[in-house]
Write a protein of this length. Structure first.
Length: 367
């Protein structure tokens, strides 16, 4: 046989074998992907089956009160009868309880809305700053760290009603606050002084909450990441802004959202510390309670619905602005991480032999 023809035959046979091998590998890969896809779908169905009772109960618990409040907000205050008791029938007023907010009758509502927003924004900002500082202190390796953690968390463990009474003694006419300032301040009487007292007491109590959740996020950051950043020549501030804050952001955002929702629903602290029906500190929750206690259930229901919508819109807007995903979608999280720059891109190289394109996380994993 001709050697040239023999070599061509062998070449064609090897090409066919290679094509068959590639097709076999491709088919096997597709089968693996299909099996994984079916397994993922089965796990998703099982997960939905397990959580469906909880979702059903939560839906009933949430929707029924909202529907009842919406129905109640369409009625006015029941009239007094000749016997001095309220009538059992309430007059239908439609949307009057909502439209009154934009008239002179709604002045008290807007004062309460302003106080609610003020307390929510100021206290959460101060608590976030102090909470992060507390978390950094509690995370630091030092002697007596357990005692420091316990002492920082003590204010959060005290019930709000009890802390309000304690701060009431401090801001009393002859209390510690006036003794320290050397002045005679009527904390509960003034507008600015009453707001200041509420903010101080609330920040003291709830800043440890943000610190605790932030500490949990800090403990998930490997030390190798900071060591790699030090090799890159990053300063302490650069490590904090480029490593600590981005990696602790999910835990910090959850803490801030929960704390903001709690602050927007503030009731017991100003009610006990300053007192009811005080325009300087009256919040929407206090207004709803006062309206319902005076048999104005329609306006109370309307204010409660507005507060619910306010809290809901705030939470959604905050999560959108901070670009935070709390759905647990691994695919979305993976795509978002792919768009991030490597940690080494934030630092100036200082003669290190490690390639600049390699992230600090990758180096920690290799170590």
């Amino acid at each position: 046989m001709n050697p040239v023809m023999s070599s061509r035959t062998v070449s064609k046979d090897s090409q066919k074998d290679g094509q068959r091998t590639v097709m076999s590998t491709t088919t096997h890969s597709e089968q693996v992907v299909n099996r994984q896809s079916k397994s993922s779908k089965a796990q998703a169905r099982l997960a939905w089956l397990l959580i469906s009772p909880t979702v059903l109960v939560l839906t009933i618990v949430i929707l029924i009160p909202i529907a009842q409040s919406l129905y109640q907000s369409l009625f006015g205050r029941p009239p007094l009868e000749d016997n001095g008791f309220f009538s059992t029938t309430e007059p239908f007023v439609g949307l009057k309880n909502y439209t009154d907010i934009f008239s002179s009758a709604g002045e008290r509502f807007w004062v309460a809305f302003y106080n609610t927003t003020l307390f929510g924004v100021v206290t959460v900002v101060l608590e976030t700053i102090l909470g992060v500082a507390m978390a950094l202190i509690m995370h630091k390796a030092m002697k007596g760290r357990g005692i420091v953690r316990a002492s920082i968390l003590v204010p959060w463990a005290i019930p709000t009603a009890v802390s309000a009474i304690l701060w009431g003694w401090i801001f009393n006419q002859n209390g510690v606050a006036n003794a320290i300032l050397g002045q005679h301040v009527m904390w509960a009487s003034g507008d600015l002084s009453a707001k200041t007292a509420i903010i101080i007491a609330d920040v003291w109590k709830t800043a440890p909450y943000i610190g605790l959740l932030t500490l949990a996020g800090l403990q998930l950051i490997p030390d190798e990441v900071y060591e790699a950043a030090k090799i890159d020549g990053a300063s302490a501030w650069k490590r904090f802004t480029s490593i600590t804050l981005p990696l602790v952001k999910p835990a910090l955002v959850v803490a801030v959202v929960f704390r903001a929702l709690d602050a927007l629903r503030m009731f017991d602290l100003p009610y006990i510390l300053i007192g009811p029906r005080k325009g300087s500190v009256e919040t929407l929750s206090m207004l709803v309670q006062d309206e319902s206690s005076n048999s104005r259930y329609g306006s109370a229901a309307a204010y409660a619905l507005i507060l619910f919508l306010y809290v809901f819109v705030f939470a959604v807007a905050f999560l959108k602005i901070t670009n935070t995903d709390i759905s647990g979608n691994d695919e979305a999280r993976r795509k978002r991480n792919e768009r991030k720059l490597p940690v080494s891109a934030f630092f100036k190289r200082s003669g290190s032999s490690t390639p600049a394109s390699q992230t600090a996380t990758e180096r920690s994993q290799q170590a």
